[in-house]
Design a protein around this ligand. Structure first.
Ligand SMILES: Cc1cc2nc3c(=O)[nH]c(=O)nc-3n(C[C@H](O)[C@H](O)[C@H](O)COP(=O)(O)OP(=O)(O)OC[C@H]3O[C@@H](n4cnc5c(N)ncnc54)[C@H](O)[C@@H]3O)c2cc1C
Length: 482
């Protein structure tokens, strides 16, 4: 009997767990270690942040699903990886700390999937975060807290008071611009719905060099028969919604009602706000790694930001020399062939957006986004390759999913409602631009498309229900793609 241990029950880990168990059956064990007792469909947190969904609509308890599937679930946090075992055991194991009772346990594995997602690194920016001076929509409880604060701004506007909303990135190297973009458009929509536009000032702040960069160096998209850069796509959406923008901005500190930031020209500025939602920088979960003699081998397994090194080309090279082939395709740890990382947990080889420095030497640019769809696909292919290894003894990886070879669809909600809702739908193929293969546009322009409209809102809402259905492992769940 083989044991597959999966760290994290988010989009990547939960997908991997369901697929591994379905394909391995009763003869092998699948164990999930995750600290949160709930699964949450993170993309719908945007709607929690504007009061259109409750936290209960975007989450459900994991334990009953895992019981039904025959997956062992440990509500615990992984602290360290011991891939060679230790003096007592020759098998690789993970040291975990249980949430109940603070008990420690060594969980041995034959195969390990690290799918611990991002650590929301609020501490990297002074004053940032929901327990300090800004809001977040990164988790359902953060989003519920943001909605509470947003309501108080809306109530002030109902009484005739002007309010300034500052939305964007809260660190010079933050990613996930798409989520912030969605949130500002949803706030704009809610303000319009209440006929309060005359009292609102909406400001976007981000580390992007150009609007519409989205951490992927921007894109050219087909829109209404024309080829449009995402810069124009994003600018036109912001203009329509009366949103001003500050770009090339690295937020360095937040104090009560004020964001302090540096711009690429080396100037330092402040921006006052009444309500803010600023995305923090992401880091790895902060696990350590030790060899058999208990020597710290963390730098061998993890990049300095705590994300796990996989089959990417990490050789430092200038922007001009970046290649699609730098990106990993099987997510296997180079030092240990039975260890993998899927979703946000893997360390990208480099950003996708051009690295930029301010005159003071501060690096200000988005780090690469890893959205839900690729995270789910990575979870799937890593599980499928492990299943084949277990069943056939092969060392090969039949299933591959490089971000430079896979497409992604991103639906940016821009307002909620069955007849008045809106969303900007963007598909890119591939996610990482490949200028060698597609010298004109960097991507395959037939599949790189952007449109705005009501149909997009329906799709986003449909996906909410569909993916929650799938995550609950309800009948025929496995037929639903990532
Ligand atoms: C507000 C918001 C909106 C978004 N909207 C979209 C969208 O519309 N479309 C889209 O494609 N993507 C969207 N994304 C991105 C998407 O949510 C992520 O790509 C996706 O969640 C990443 O999946 P993951 O499994 O890598 O990480 P996560 O989903 O974050 O899961 C990580 C898991 O690991 C667990 N964990 C953490 N530390 C440990 C530890 N030490 N030990 C064990 N377990 C641990 C966590 O509890 C969690 O269960 C959005 C993100 C945000 C924040």
């Amino acid at each position: 009997m083989a044991r597959v241990v999966i760290l994290g029950a988010g989009i990547a880990g939960h997908t991997a767990a369901l697929i591994a168990k379905k394909q391995l059956g009763k003869n092998h064990e699948v164990v999930v270690v995750s600290p949160n007792s709930n699964y949450q469909w993170v993309p719908s947190n945007i709607w929690v942040g504007v009061g259109l969904m409750t936290p209960d609509q975007v989450k459900f308890p994991l334990a009953p699903v895992y019981k039904k599937m025959g997956i062992v679930y440990k509500q615990a946090i992984a602290v360290s990886i011991h891939p060679d075992g230790d003096a007592q055991t020759t098998s690789g194991f993970v040291k975990v700390k249980h949430i109940a009772g603070d008990r420690e346990e060594n969980v041995t594995y034959d195969f390990l999937i690290n799918a611990t997602g991002p650590k929301l690194n609020f501490a990297a920016t002074e004053g940032l975060g929901p327990d300090k001076f800004s809001n977040s929509v990164c988790t359902f409880d953060h989003a519920a807290h943001a909605w509470k604060n947003l309501q108080s701004s809306l109530a002030k506007m109902e009484k005739g008071e002007k309010q300034r909303f500052l939305i964007g990135t809260g660190h010079p190297l933050a990613t996930c611009q798409g989520a912030a973009f969605e949130y500002i458009l949803n706030i704009a929509f809610e303000i319009k719905k209440r006929k309060l536009e005359h009292l609102a000032e909406l400001v976007w702040i981000s580390n992007e060099y150009e609007l519409g960069d989205f951490g992927m160096g921007g894109a050219y998209v087909k829109r209404g028969g024309y080829i449009t850069p995402t810069k124009i796509f994003a600018e036109s959406i912001f203009k329509e919604n009366n949103i001003h923008w500050i770009i090339g901005a690295g937020v360095q500190k937040v104090t009560e009602g004020v964001a302090h930031y540096e711009t690429l020209d080396g100037e330092f500025h402040t921006q006052e706000f009444d309500f803010s939602m600023l995305i923090p920088s992401f880091a790895g979960a902060g696990m350590k790694a030790f060899d058999k003699n208990n020597e710290d081998i963390t730098p061998q397994i993890f990049a300095p930001n705590g994300l796990m090194k996989v089959d990417a080309d990490y050789t430092p090279k200038p922007f001009e020399e970046w290649k699609a082939s730098d990106w990993p395709s099987v997510y296997q740890c180079p030092s240990y062939e039975n260890v993998y990382a899927a979703g946000i947990a893997f360390a990208p080889p480099h950003p996708m957006s051009k690295p930029m420095k301010s005159k003071n030497g501060t690096q200000i640019n988005p780090t690469p986004p890893r959205t839900g769809m690729p995270s789910g696909v990575m979870g799937r292919i890593v599980a499928e390759n492990i299943v084949e290894k277990i069943k056939t003894g092969t060392k090969d990886h039949k299933h591959k999913a490089s971000m430079a070879k896979m497409g992604a669809a991103c639906i940016v909600s821009a307002g909620y409602g069955l007849t008045k809702g809106q969303a900007a739908v963007m598909t890119v193929f591939p996610i990482v631009a490949d200028w060698e293969k597609y010298p004109k546009w960097g991507r395959d322009i037939s599949y790189t498309v952007g449109e705005v409209g009501l149909a997009g809102h329906w799709m986003k809402l449909f996906m909410h229900y569909l993916f929650i259905y799938k995550a609950k492992a309800l009948p025929l769940w496995w037929m639903i793609p990532e």
